[in-house]
Every structure is written in structure tokens, then in C-alpha cells.
Design a protein around this ligand. Structure first.
Ligand code: ATP
Ligand code: MG
Length: 390
């Protein structure tokens, strides 16, 4: 294990009171995501170091860990001027550049040469050995030399981390995950702010297919690469959905169906100790997502509901979905329970009193109970059985 990766914490360094907890959580998440790799991890309040053999594979995984601001592959040497000079030269010989800058950070104040002076010493040595120029404003390569009590770290480029907060630092949310583009994106955005996920999917076999279910599991396994803990709860929704279609006028079926989904989501959220419900609703996108619809649907629960993509345009959502690799799976054509038997004229401004009246016409409580009692839970999303689906 002769490679060292330095991890720079992101936004979490500003949250002083919770700092230790953030760092511990980040370290645990990294261990979880790197499971199976050979590595060791050390951290203090400022930095985290990973010693490992397989840098490329590890760096690729680290790029998906929220809470990491920067990833630096660095070279540790003894704090000795000649050793530092030689290492800088060796690193720069592998770079293609015309201009460079040396940036010394003297964290170990017992080191006798001041930063500026040390920049000049090392810079002068580079100029003597490699045909190049110094550019302090916009260099092609920036060489950072950190002189620390435990040794000197030298690195040339920092790989941008994904940012955000360590997943789980905020507890868990229940993501209503359909096979569409919006809800996986919403889940990713919640993960980014430190909310771990439990997923909830409503299926209506035989009206919805096994492929539709597998598509949702596959989407969950893709976003699970940012967490490692995600589970999928599959609700058998057929009987309740059929009862809705039998008892409710066409234009209100979607409104009532979504009210039922929220009622079930609240129960499942409580069972799994989720603090919020998260979904992919986006204002105005479809009839059930007008502000009036959203408030009539939401009124069945006092549970907080977070809608990470509420104010985004579809194209903005698609951009994120492509970036996180869910898009190609989301556009596969398997129908979801929201798209089967879609009414021709769904109500755009539903009336809450009508909803209550229609809901009185059948015993939905019992059907909800059955839905909740017969949930199938999928836990090991890292299993190839799920990651290779479709
Ligand atoms: P998406 O692209 O995420 O499917 P959508 O634009 O198709 O969203 P709707 O079908 O109205 O919108 O659903 C809005 C939100 O409700 C979804 O983003 C998702 O969070 C939730 N939802 C819809 N259908 C289901 C389902 N079958 N299971 C779980 N959640 C669902
Ligand atoms: Mg959908």
C-alpha cells in the first residue's frame, strides 16, 4: 500500500458543532463504499488520508461519496529540502506544461524556511532543470507542498469531489420511487444533503409488469452507489387501485390514488423511522402536480414532504439524471401504475370536499392495511442479481 490519497472535507468544515460527527460519518461511509478494496484510513479534524494500492479504482468510488470536497493523490516524503526538490522534479517530468507555480503551506511552523522563500528555492530548482516559466496567476500546473509535522505532502492536481454532506448525517427519508426520470433524481439530491434513503414503490400486477418493477430496483441500485444502505419496499397496490377505479369518477382517480399513496407512505415512513417523505413532484409538470393538486393530495398527511426537483425544469432534471446514470434506465418504456388507465381529463384543480366524498364510498382503510402488511423488501442492492437487471 504505497499510495496516499488525501481527502479534503467540503461544506462540513463550517459546521463546527457537528464537525466530529460529520467526519466520523464520512469515514464510515467511505469504509462502506470501499468495502472489498485494500486500504487503511486515518483522519483528524482537518483532513483524511487513505493509504491504498489500487488508486484508480478507489478514486473512482470516492468521486461518489458525498461530503468530499477534493481528492488529492499525494506523495509523502520526509521533510528534507533535497528530497522535496527531487520529488517535485519527478512529478513535473510526468506533466505536460509550460508554466507552473509552487505553493508551499507551512503547517509545521518548526520548519525553518518560510513559505515564500521555500517557493523560490523549489521554483528555482525546477527552472534550472525543466524548460518552463513561473506564472503565479494562471499556471498550467500548480504544485502544492504541504509541510506538516508528520511529513511533507506533495501534489500537483486536485480532483474535484462531489460535495454535499455525508449520507445519513440527517437520518433517513422515504423516497417514493417510480420508474420515471424525476424521482431517482430527487433521491440523489436528497442523498447529497446527507439524507439516506428507504425507497417505496407501488406496483399493480398484472397491470404493471415485472420489467417495470425490475426497472425501479435497478434505479435504486444505481443511486445506492452513493449510499450503500438503500432498501426498496414494494407495495402490492393492485386491489386498492382497482377499488379506486371502481368507485371514483374518472377525472378524480389520479388525485385519489395519490392521496392513498401518501397515506401509505406516511405509515411506511413511521415503520422505518424516516423523518421525511421525498418524491419527484415538479410544479406544473402534470395535472396532479399543480399547486392546487399538490395541496389537496398532501392534505392527507402532516408528515413533512420534500420535493427536491419541485422548481426545476424537465431539462434541468434530465441533465442531472444523465450525469448520475439513471436516465438511460428511466426512459425504458415499462409502464408504471400512474400511467396505466390514465384518464383523458384528469382534474387540474381538485376540490377537497369531492375527494372526501368519493373516499367515503369504499373501505380504503382496510385496503391500505393490506398494502402495508404485504410489503416486499429488497435489501441487498449491491447484489449482482439486482445490479445486472434488465
Ligand atoms: P417520475 O418521472 O419520477 O415518474 P412523473 O413526472 O412521472 O415522475 P408522477 O407519475 O405524477 O410524475 O409521480 C410524481 C411522483 O410520485 C414521482 O416522482 C414519484 O416520487 C411518485 N410516484 C409516482 N408513481 C409512483 C410509484 N408507482 N411508486 C412510488 N412512487 C411513485
Ligand atoms: Mg412516474
Amino acid at each position: 500500500m504505497n499510495n496516499l490519497i488525501l481527502i479534503k472535507y467540503g461544506e462540513l468544515t463550517t459546521k463546527k458543532a457537528n464537525r466530529n460527527e460529520f467526519i466520523r460519518r464520512l469515514a464510515n461511509n467511505i469504509k462502506n463504499i470501499l468495502n472489498g478494496e485494500e486500504f487503511s484510513i486515518k483522519f483528524d479534524r482537518v483532513r483524511m488520508y487513505i493509504e491504498c494500492s489500487n488508486v484508480d479504482s478507489i478514486v473512482n468510488k470516492l468521486k461518489r461519496v458525498f461530503g468530499i470536497h477534493g481528492i488529492v493523490i499525494c506523495h509523502k516524503v520526509n521533510t528534507n529540502i533535497d528530497t522535496i526538490k527531487e520529488k517535485v522534479l519527478e512529478l513535473l517530468k510526468n506533466e505536460n506544461f509550460n508554466t507552473f507555480k509552487i505553493h508551499t503551506k507551512r503547517a509545521d511552523k518548526s520548519f525553518e524556511i518560510h513559505s515564500m522563500e521555500f517557493n523560490n528555492i523549489i521554483g528555482g530548482y525546477v527552472l534550472k532543470n525543466i524548460k518552463s516559466k513561473v506564472d503565479v496567476h494562471n499556471p498550467d500546473v500548480l504544485v502544492t507542498i504541504e509541510i506538516r509535522p508528520e511529513g511533507t505532502f506533495i501534489y500537483t492536481n486536485e480532483i474535484k469531489g462531489i460535495g454535499g454532506y455525508p449520507v445519513g448525517i440527517q437520518g433517513k427519508g422515504l423516497l417514493m420511487l417510480s420508474g420515471g426520470i424525476d424521482s431517482p433524481t430527487a433521491g440523489y439530491l436528497a442523498l447529497k444533503r446527507g439524507v439516506d434513503l428507504e425507497c417505496l414503490y407501488f406496483e399493480s400486477p398484472p397491470h404493471t409488469s415485472l420489467e417495470a418493477k425490475n426497472k425501479v430496483i435497478k434505479l435504486a441500485s444505481i443511486i445506492n452507489e452513493y449510499s450503500g444502505n438503500i432498501k426498496v419496499n414494494i407495495v402490492p397496490f393492485t386491489k386498492l387501485q382497482e377499488a379506486i377505479y371502481k368507485n371514483v369518477p374518472d377525472s378524480y382517480v389520479i388525485t385519489i390514488m395519490r392521496r392513498m399513496m401518501y397515506r401509505i407512505a406516511e405509515r411506511v415512513a413511521l415503520i422505518h423511522k424516516c423523518k421525511v417523505i421525498i418524491n419527484g413532484e415538479s410544479i406544473g409538470q402534470v395535472a396532479s402536480q399543480t399547486l392546487t393538486s399538490m395541496s389537496v393530495i398532501n392534505s392527507v398527511t402532516n408528515f413533512p414532504v420534500i420535493r427536491p426537483v419541485a422548481c426545476m425544469d424537465k431539462l434541468e432534471i434530465i441533465d442531472i439524471a444523465k450525469k448520475i446514470n439513471t436516465y438511460e434506465t428511466s426512459i425504458l418504456p415499462y409502464e408504471d401504475c400512474c400511467t396505466i388507465f390514465l384518464p383523458t381529463h384528469p382534474v387540474i384543480n381538485p376540490d377537497i370536499n369531492k375527494c372526501l366524498l368519493y373516499e367515503m364510498s369504499f373501505n380504503y382503510e382496510q385496503l391500505i392495511e393490506e398494502c402495508v402488511n404485504n410489503i416486499e423488501t429488497i435489501t441487498n442492492l449491491k447484489n449482482e442479481e439486482y445490479t445486472d437487471l434488465l
